[in-house]
Design a binder for this molecule. Structure first.
Ligand SMILES: Nc1nc2c(ncn2[C@@H]2O[C@H](COP(=O)(O)OP(=O)(O)OP(=O)(O)O)[C@@H](O)[C@H]2O)c(=O)[nH]1
Length: 186
C-alpha cells in the first residue's frame, strides 16, 4: 500500500491556559483525553498513520508549546510542514485574535504551499462561547483555510480535521514539491 508522509505542526495559544493543542493530538493519536494534561515544554512529537482511500497517510506531528516564552521556537516546527493546525478556544475571543497572528506569521515566514487548518476547540463548552462559528467560517474562507469546531474532550471532529488536511489539494501539491526538493538534493 502506498504511504504518504506529512509533517504537520500544531500552533495556537492563550494568555493563561491552553487552547487544547496537546489534547487534540492526544485524542487523534491515542483516542484519549486527560483533564490534567500538563503544559507542553518546547514541543512534543508524535506520529499517526491513517488510511484514506487506498493510501496510507503518515502524519509527523509537532505539537508546539503555547506559552509566549517558547514562541521563538515555532519556525523550527512550521518550516517544511505540509500543514499547520492552528487552534483557538471557542470560549476565548483572545485566542481567536492570536490565531490571526499565527496566520500572518505563517503567510510571511511559513512554507509557500502550507495547508492551514483552523480548529475551534472546546466546542463542548458552546454555552459559554465567545467566538461565533460564523466569524471563524468567514475568516477561514478569506484565507483559504479549512475550519472545523472540535472537542478533544468529547472526540468531536478530530478525525475530520486531519482527513480535511489529507483531502486538501494544496497539501498534496506541497507534499510533491517537498519530495521534488528532496530528490534534487540527493
Ligand atoms: N472542555 C474542554 N476542555 C479541553 C478540551 N481540550 C483541552 N481542554 C482542556 O484545556 C486545558 C489545556 O489543554 P492542553 O491540551 O494542555 O492545551 P495546549 O494548547 O496544548 O497547552 P500548551 O501546551 O500550554 O500550549 C486542559 O485543562 C484540557 O483538559 C476540550 O475539547 N474541551
Amino acid at each position: 500500500q502506498k504511504q504518504k508522509t506529512k509533517k504537520c505542526c500544531i500552533l495556537g495559544k492563550l494568555f493563561d491556559t491552553g487552547v487544547g493543542k496537546s489534547s487534540i493530538v492526544c485524542r487523534f493519536v491515542q483516542d484519549h483525553f486527560d483533564h490534567n494534561i500538563s503544559p507542553t515544554i518546547g514541543a512534543s512529537f508524535m506520529t499517526k498513520t491513517v488510511p484514506c482511500g487506498n493510501e496510507l497517510h503518515k502524519f509527523l506531528i509537532w505539537d508546539t508549546a503555547g506559552q509566549e516564552r517558547f514562541h521563538s521556537l515555532a519556525p523550527m516546527y512550521y518550516r517544511g510542514s505540509a500543514a499547520a493546525v492552528i487552534v483557538y478556544d471557542i470560549t476565548k475571543q483572545d485566542s481567536f485574535h492570536t490565531l490571526k497572528k499565527w496566520v500572518k506569521e505563517l503567510k510571511e515566514h511559513g512554507p509557500e504551499n502550507i495547508v492551514m487548518a483552523i480548529a475551534g476547540n472546546k466546542c463542548d463548552l458552546s454555552d459559554i462561547r465567545e467566538v461565533p462559528m460564523k466569524d471563524a467560517k468567514e475568516y477561514a474562507e478569506s484565507i483559504g483555510a479549512i475550519v472545523v469546531e472540535t472537542s478533544a474532550k468529547n472526540a468531536v471532529n478530530i478525525e475530520e480535521l486531519f482527513q480535511g488536511i489529507i483531502s486538501d489539494q494544496a497539501c498534496c501539491r506541497g507534499h510533491t514539491f517537498d519530495l521534488i526538493i528532496k530528490l534534487l538534493k540527493t
